[in-house]
Design a protein around this ligand. Structure first.
Ligand SMILES: Cc1ncc(COP(=O)(O)O)c(C=O)c1O
Length: 281
C-alpha cells in the first residue's frame, strides 16, 4: 500500500478520510502512547523489542493492549512496502468519552491509529550537526513513549531556533537524552550512554548499538554523564530509529575534537548499516 493509506480502528482508509472525535482523550489530554518502528524493504526492524516497549508504555498508563503481537503484525503487514524504507507510526489513546473528565472513563474502547512515511536518509551525516544543552523540563516518566510531548516540542524548537539539530537535555547536572533521541559520548576512549531508568526512553537503536559494541569488542559502559564530562568528549552521537546515528560536531559554542564526525562514529555507522542490511536479507 502507499503511504497515503492509514489504519484507524479496524479499517484501512485514505489518510484524508481518517477522522477521530474531538472527545477522543488523545486529542483532549494527550492520553495515549505511540511507537515508531522502522521497516526496511518491507521487514519490520526489531519488531519484538518495539512490541515489548509498547506493552510497557501501555501498562504504565494502565491501558490494556488491544491486540496480541500476531494481531499487530496482521494489522501492520498490509501497510508495508518492499520497495522502500518506512517509518511505521502507531498510536493508541484511551478512546472517546461522552465528556471531558480527567478520570479514566468506565467504558471506552481505545483508539488505534497507524500511519507510514518514508525514511529519508539524514542529510547532514557527513558534516555532523550542532546541538545545544538545555534543562530537561520533562516529567518523571520519560521511559513511557507518551504522546504528551509538549516539553519535547518546546525544547526541540529552542534548538532549531539556534541553528541546532537537537537539544541535549540535562537534569541536575547530568545528561539524560535528546528531545527525540538517545545520547552516546566517547570519553577517554570509552563509549558511554546513560543507564536505563525513568529519565530516558529505552531506545531500540541505543540497545542495538550497545549489542554491536559488545560483539565487536568496542569498550562501552552504561553510566551517568555529567554535562562537564560531556564537554570533554571526543565524540557525541544522537540515536533514533528514523535518524539512526547522528554525529554532533558542536555543543553549545564549542567545537568537538576537530569538528568532524569521529573515528568511532565511522566504525559504528558502518557496523550498524551492515547489521541493518543483514536483518532483512
Ligand atoms: C525522547 C526519545 N528518546 C530516545 C528516542 C530513540 O528511540 P528509538 O531508538 O527507539 O527510536 C526517541 C525516539 O523518538 C525519543 O523520542
Amino acid at each position: 500500500m502507499d503511504n497515503k493509506t492509514v489504519y484507524l480502528n479496524g479499517q484501512y482508509l485514505p489518510l484524508n478520510e481518517a477522522k477521530i472525535s474531538v472527545l477522543d482523550r488523545g486529542f483532549l489530554f494527550g492520553d495515549g502512547i505511540y511507537e515508531v518502528i522502522p521497516s526496511y524493504s518491507g521487514h519490520l526492524f526489531h519488531f519484538s523489542e518495539h512490541m515489548e516497549r509498547l506493552e510497557n508504555s501501555l501498562s504504565s498508563i494502565r491501558l490494556v493492549n488491544p491486540y496480541d503481537r500476531a494481531q499487530w503484525l496482521e494489522i501492520l503487514t498490509p501497510l508495508l512496502d518492499t520497495s522502500r524504507d518506512q517509518s511505521i507510526y502507531l498510536q493508541i489513546t484511551r478512546g472517546v468519552d461522552s465528556k471531558r473528565d480527567h478520570t479514566f472513563p468506565e467504558k471506552t474502547s481505545p483508539t488505534v491509529f497507524v500511519m507510514c512515511s518514508n525514511i529519508v536518509p539524514f542529510a547532514k551525516l557527513d558534516s555532523g550537526v550542532k546541538a545545544i544543552s538545555v534543562d530537561d523540563s520533562r516529567w518523571e516518566l520519560c521511559n513511557v513513549k507518551a504522546t504528551t510531548l509538549l516539553a519535547n516540542i518546546l525544547l526541540r524548537q529552542q534548538a532549531v531556533e539556534k541553528g541546532c539539530a537537537e537539544a541535549i537535555l540535562v537534569k541536575d547536572g547530568y545528561v539524560t537524552e535528546g528531545t527525540a533521541s538517545n545520547i552516546f559520548a566517547v570519553i577517554d576512549g570509552i563509549l558511554i550512554t546513560p543507564p536505563q531508568g525513568h529519565e530516558i526512553l529505552p531506545g531500540i537503536t541505543r540497545n542495538v548499538i550497545l549489542d554491536i559494541a559488545k560483539k565487536n569488542n568496542i569498550p562501552y559502559s552504561e553510566d551517568i554523564i555529567s554535562l562537564d564530562a560531556l564537554q570533554t568528549a571526543s565524540e557525541i552521537w544522537l540515536t533514533s530509529s528514523t535518524r539512526e546515528i547522528i554525529p554532533v560536531v558542536q555543543l553549545d559554542n564549542e567545537i568537538i575534537a576537530d569538528g568532524k564526525p569521529g573515528p568511532l562514529w565511522q566504525t559504528m555507522n558502518r557496523l550498524f548499516q551492515a547489521y541493518k542490511r543483514a536483518s532483512h536479507e
